[in-house]
Design a protein around this ligand. Structure first.
Ligand code: SRM
Ligand code: SF4
Length: 567
């Protein structure tokens, strides 16, 4: 047996996620925590980072890095009340870097929190009945679900997302003890983790629920995907997808993104048992020696899908029913005004790369805080870094629009921009190889011009960028994916399906800004001239042999064009 990874020992010796975090928070000699504790804080939704922009200067001055922390909320289904929104705005202003960052998993990150502000931040989150538990770490992450109340089954799906999240959450009281109360609610030796186990999961675990025809959650990118099958205003069944994931490492072909496999269907009453047993199979079968191969997608590749399904059904004590028919039409979010069958109006606000801030000419943080002060409905963060202002009464609609306009909100970004997203990357992400959130807007300025001159100004094409191959903005499911290699240089992927059902393929390696434009300009021109009626950009590049389709997740690195394969 290969030796266990270091993280397994850290978890096992942590006394259910306590480590020495409490002591570290009180140590004023350094702005950092002990190294092992930085692995444990992830289970509490907290990452230790440093401002990478400041690294050279601080190194020159022989100062320690500018340590800061990121706190990520657990918000199943993305739903927040206006009061909670206001509290998060206040924390962003008083304890963090003055911004709220909406994420691709339907939650909020607060960046730039210094160590002495961590406890007050988490207490401020707790005060409005929110938490950051299991938002990161080797556990079940924020459960995401289609946020649009326009679907008649949305309320049921939201309740299911919340129930799964509560069921799979760590049972340890460490979060309360360290950040809220200070005293143990339960002595650690009396605690138990009946589902996750003493050493928790081998790696992160992700769940999404989609309501067709919208695949806004990218249901095939998750360890466990549930596709709600509606019947007469209620959910009749959920189709079950297992083994999806995005991350890979450049130059290591045994790491790859993978779309999940559809293995059958269950009734709504079976959801919690199913989620629990998919987790326990992965808990027991997942690779605990090599974290690069520890996700469920590799467990399924190693054991095979049929043995995995057989073990799952054995643990469940029942067989899955055959999968039900379903149809997706798109990924991403429909932005702008939407009206539900009950007549309620909802405004899906496009938030560029999820960053909500006040900057000259565009005070989105203040504008949304003002809206939260009079809005009587709910807010939903979408899985595409946007914000849905839900349940807007007709009388409030003009006030909402006027408030957005008064704060410089742009109601008319191009369709290209509305279908684009980028991960955080620099300066906070310790793993970033290149810019992403700070660079994509500039690239889009140029691509908008190219698209317009090719006659594609009104065409939806999904573009996603990440600063490294980990895949946080799910670039391998975009029609155009750009993945950072080193500063200013990106690999270009093409052919991910518009509805999120097919992975992309590497098209060009190591492109600069001009290289990206040079590669896409002729493709936009031929697409505009030669496409078939209704043909999507990604389907066109496959039909015209620009790239070959990825037919299964583990074939992502195969069937490259001859020049790339040879390189
Ligand atoms: Fe991610 C690590 C940001 C969604 C795959 N991700 C990170 C870290 C925490 C960097 C780190 O470990 O030090 C990034 C923090 C950056 C920062 O400064 O804020 C980070 N990931 C994000 C967010 C904020 C991107 C965004 O711009 O919205 C998303 C937060 C989600 C949330 O709210 O929970 C985010 N990350 C994703 C997704 C998309 C998804 O889940 O749908 C993926 C791909 C799906 C998947 O997991 O396969 C993703 N993040 C990763 C990976 C690669 C994991 C792998 O096993 O392949 C890492 C690195 C790791 O875990 O070692 C990573
Ligand atoms: Fe950081 Fe890479 Fe994730 Fe971007 S994709 S946030 S660079 S880990």
């Amino acid at each position: 047996m290969p030796p266990l990874s270091r993280n397994e020992t850290i978890k096992g010796e942590s006394r259910f996620l306590r480590g020495t975090i409490s002591r570290g928070l009180e140590n004023v000699v350094t702005g950092a925590l002990a190294e092992d504790d930085t692995q444990l804080t992830k289970f509490h939704g907290i990452y230790q980072q440093d401002d990478r922009d400041l690294r050279p200067e601080r190194a020159r001055k022989r100062m320690e890095k500018a340590y800061i922390f990121m706190a990520r909320l657990r918000v199943p289904g993305g739903a927040l009340t206006p009061r909670q929104w206001l509290a998060m705005t206040d924390l962003a202003r008083t304890r963090a870097n003055g911004t709220l960052r909406l994420t691709t998993r339907q939650t909020i990150q607060l960046h730039g929190i210094i160590k002495s502000n961590l406890r007050p931040t988490i207490q401020g989150i707790h005060a409005v009945l929110l938490d950051t538990m299991a938002a990161c770490g080797d556990d079940n992450r924020n459960v995401i679900a289609t946020p649009f109340p326009t679907s008649p089954v949305h309320a049921e799906v939201l309740a299911t997302a919340r129930a799964i999240s509560a069921h799979l959450r760590p049972r340890s009281h460490a979060w309360h003890e360290i950040f809220i109360d200070g005293t143990p609610l339960t002595p650690p030796e009396q605690e138990e983790e009946p589902i996750l186990g003493r050493t928790y999961l081998p790696r992160k675990f992700k769940i999404a629920i989609a309501i067709p025809p919208l695949n806004d959650v990218d249901v095939f990118a998750h360890e466990l995907g549930l596709i709600a099958i509606a019947g007469e205003g209620r959910i009749a069944a959920y189709n079950v997808v297992v083994g999806g994931g995005m991350g890979m490492t450049h130059g290591e072909p045994d790491t790859f993104p993978r779309t999940g496999d559809l293995i059958g269907s269950i009734t709504p009453g079976q959801v919690l048992a199913l989620a629990e047993q998919v987790v326990t199979v992965q808990r027991d079968w997942g690779d605990r020696s090599d974290r690069k191969h520890a996700r469920l997608k590799y467990t399924i590749e190693r054991y095979g899908l049929d043995p995995f399904k057989a073990e799952l059904e054995r643990r469940l004590g029942f067989s899955l029913a055959p999968a039900r028919p379903y149809h997706f039409t798109r990924s991403g979010d429909p932005t702008g005004w939407l009206v539900g069958q009950d007549g309620n109006a909802h405004y899906c606000l496009f938030v560029e790369n999820g960053r909500i801030s006040d900057r000259p000419g565009r005070a989105l943080l203040s504008g949304l805080a003002e809206i939260a002060s009079f809005h009587e409905g709910r807010f939903f963060i979408t899985p595409n870094q946007n914000l849905l202002i839900a349940d807007v009464s007709p009388s409030q609609r003009p006030r909402l629009e006027a408030t957005l306009s008064a704060h410089g909100f742009d109601h008319g970004p191009s369709v290209l921009r509305r279908n684009a997203m980028a991960c955080v990357a620099l300066p906070t992400c310790g793993l970033a190889l290149a810019e992403s959130e700070r660079y994509l807007p500039t690239l889009l300025d140029a691509l908008e011009e190219i698209a317009a001159s090719a006659g594609l100004a009104k065409d939806e094409i999904t573009i996603r960028m990440t600063g490294c191959p980990n895949g946080c903005a799910r670039p391998y499911l975009a029609e155009i994916g750009l993945v950072g290699v080193r500063p200013g240089i990106y690999n270009l992927y093409l052919g991910g399906a518009f509805d999120g059902t097919r992975l992309s393929k590497l098209y060009r390696r190591e492109l600069s800004h001009d290289g990206i434009l040079g590669a896409l300009r002729p493709l936009f021109a031929t697409y505009s001239a030669d496409r078939r009626p209704g043909e999507r950009f990604s389907d066109f590049v496959i039909r015209t042999f620009v790239v070959r389709p990825t037919t299964a997740g583990n074939r992502f690195h195969e069937d490259l064009s001859p020049d790339l394969a040879a390189a």
